[in-house]
Design a protein around this ligand. Sequence first.
Ligand code: BEZ
Length: 201
Amino acid sequence: MRLWQNPASPFARKVRMVIRETGLTARVEEIATAVSPVSPNADLAKYNPLVKIPALQTDGGDVLYDSSVICEYLDTQHAVTRIVPDGAARWNALRLQSLCDGILDASVLCRYETAVRPEQYRWNDWVQGQFGKIRNGLDALAAEAPAWGAQFNIGQIGAACVLGYLDFRFADENWRGSRPQLAQWYESVKTRASMVATAPV
Ligand code: BEZ
């Protein structure tokens, strides 16, 4: 399999963590891919019409996107504990993944708005609106983190990617300040081999 990814992308990190948590590292070639909202990557455009990473080419030649679809596919390719659980736990894990994807969508949009968009076009009220979503989402994660225990399914992997991305791009946000239980949970997972190997650069 081939994975187009960028080492700064939190969505690519989610997939890269799943690869490592499920022992699939030797089966996936990771292709570092430059991405830009204004000059689409011509090579990636041949495989994903949205020109977004992550995108995964299966051994059969199909190309899958986005990160949640890729993670579900990877879960069919290994024989260890499922990353997307079956039964009743499935819906809670998928909901948690969606919550984390939404926080990441808002975070990446803020990153582009504050670091890429020319200064004269920036819109502070819009950025604050996105930060409202990020903070509400973090409060929701903080409320449920004490119940996670040792679980590390697609929901917790998403949460780890959210917190890692905020530390990477928005360290001034101090998300830990009012959310000590979420901070405690993050401390307990950030030294996992899958986290260390995929730390953003
Ligand atoms: C970033 O540099 O923050 C970034 C890179 C690729 C995708 C998303 C975010």
